[in-house]
Every structure is written in structure tokens, then in C-alpha cells.
Write a protein that binds this ligand. Structure first.
Ligand SMILES: C[S@@+](CC[C@H](N)C(=O)[O-])C[C@H]1O[C@@H](n2cnc3c(N)ncnc32)[C@H](O)[C@@H]1O
Length: 235
């Protein structure tokens, strides 16, 4: 079960959860989006790719959720929260059963992967014929995406370019720096190249990052203004 190499989220499990707990309204908005796009999961088989600490899943019945997670720090917490972590490793290195899951989802994890096409292809094969692949992420083109990329290129948030523009408690810099940050259309195009034709899009965090945590937000359709966007792809 063990993994030898240090993973991007090792050592950040507590900080990651703490960040969401301190940004309660932001978390509530993202959780609303997560619940909305999963829909009714009763009796369904789900796979969470990069399940992390299972924070979001701790707010749903996750008895039918399996997880894959490279960071043991994160995955051990997910197991305590009820996710069946079937593999400690990278999705790239995992063999999945074919035509098995109703829903395979990536909640924030595509943003830590370089080459999405082989990974999504593998997950589409693992879905039943009417299954859904769901991708939730901070889009590269959003205000959050720009903020993380600027932090990454400066290697700090504490810079005159960002003065007075940063939220009080920004996402941990190391996790912004290790992100790959894809655009939504990049992911849509990857899925189209794999034969997907039916899509739905939902978003939240449409306020600028400085004000995001003032109030929780409702889910709205579309993908062009949110700081957290979900793509639902029907197989
Ligand atoms: C932003 S966190 C999201 C965690 C969790 N899904 C959540 O919503 O709280 C991204 C997660 O993806 C995992 N991850 C990164 N690269 C991965 C890969 N190649 N395969 C599977 N998981 C990966 C990280 O270890 C981390 O737990």
C-alpha cells in the first residue's frame, strides 16, 4: 500500500482542511456546487480521483464512494471519514475496471495533473454506458486562477502587485505553486477529442476573491464567470 515518493499534498492535509474551515462561506459555495453536480447518488457506484482528505464527502453519504489518492496524509483522513480508498497512488498508475462506475469525479484534482487526456480516457472506460465524468476545478482563466498563477510566478502573495487585492486567508501558496491550472475549455476540448458530445456546466464563486468569503453563493449555470466550475460529461 505504501508509496515511496513524496506527493504534492503530503504535509498539507491539516492546512488544506483548515483553509476551507476558516473560509466557511467559500466552502459552503463549493459544497453546494459539489452536491448539485453529483445529484442523487443513492445506490450508485462512485469513484473520487484525488479524494484528498474526503472533506466534501464528509457532508454526503459516502458509503458508495471509492477513492484514489497519492498522498497518504490526505487519504488516511478520507478513510476515517468513510471513503473506501482503493489505491494510494497516482491515477496515471492505477488500473480501473471497465464499465463499472456510475460517476467518476475529480474535485480539484485535475489542477494537479499535467496530461489530462490519458487520465480522462481511462476514467471514461471505467464508466458504465450512461455514466458521468464530473470535473470540478478553479479555472486558469478565473480571478482565482490569475491570483494563483501570479503567486506562483512571484513565489509569494506578499508583493506590491497583489497589495490590497488578496483575500484575508489565501489558499496555501505551496498548493497554488504546485498546481497546473488548466482552462475550462482545455478540459472540454480534451473530452471532445475522446468522443464526448453531451455536456452540462455549473459554477460558483463569481465574486472577486477579495469578497468571496463575505457570503455563500448559489450555483449558477455556465462556466465563464465562476472561480469554481463543474463540467458534467455524459459518456
Ligand atoms: C485540491 S486537492 C482536492 C482534494 C479533494 N478532492 C477535495 O475536494 O477536497 C487535489 C488532490 O488531488 C490529488 N492528486 C494530485 N495529483 C494526483 C494524481 N496524479 N492522481 C490522483 N490524485 C492526485 C492530491 O494529492 C490532492 O489530494
Amino acid at each position: 500500500m505504501g508509496i515511496e515518493t513524496r506527493q504534492k499534498f503530503d504535509g498539507y492535509a491539516a492546512k488544506y482542511d483548515e483553509w476551507f474551515m476558516k473560509n466557511e462561506n467559500l466552502f459552503t459555495s463549493e459544497l453546494r456546487l459539489f452536491k448539485r453536480v453529483l445529484g442523487d447518488i443513492e445506490g450508485k457506484k462512485l469513484l473520487s480521483v484525488g479524494c484528498g482528505s474526503g472533506l466534501f464527502e464528509s457532508y454526503i453519504d459516502c458509503s458508495n464512494v471509492e477513492g484514489i489518492e497519492p498522498s497518504e496524509d490526505m487519504g488516511k483522513i478520507a478513510e476515517k471519514r468513510g471513503i473506501n480508498v482503493i489505491k494510494y497512488g497516482l491515477i496515471e498508475d492505477v488500473d480501473l475496471p471497465e464499465n463499472y462506475y456510475d460517476i467518476v469525479y475529480f474535485n480539484g484534482s485535475s489542477s494537479y495533473m499535467e496530461d489530462l487526456a490519458p487520465v480522462y480516457e481511462k476514467c471514461l472506460r471505467a464508466l458504465k454506458d450512461d455514466g458521468r465524468l464530473i470535473l470540478l476545478d478553479v479555472p486558469k482563466e478565473s480571478a482565482f486562477g490569475f491570483m494563483y498563477l501570479l503567486g506562483k510566478s512571484l513565489n509569494t502573495y506578499d508583493h506590491e502587485y497583489l497589495a490590497d487585492a488578496m483575500p484575508e486567508l489565501p489558499y496555501p501558496l505551496a498548493l497554488a505553486c504546485s498546481g497546473v491550472w488548466h482552462t475550462t475549455e482545455e478540459k472540454i476540448n480534451v473530452l471532445k477529442s475522446l468522443g464526448i458530445e453531451k455536456f452540462e456546466y455549473y459554477q460558483t464563486l463569481v465574486r472577486n476573491p477579495l469578497y468571496t468569503n463575505e457570503e455563500s453563493e448559489d450555483v449558477v449555470e455556465g462556466y465563464k464567470s465562476g472561480g469554481y466550475v463543474a463540467i458534467i460529461a455524459e459518456k
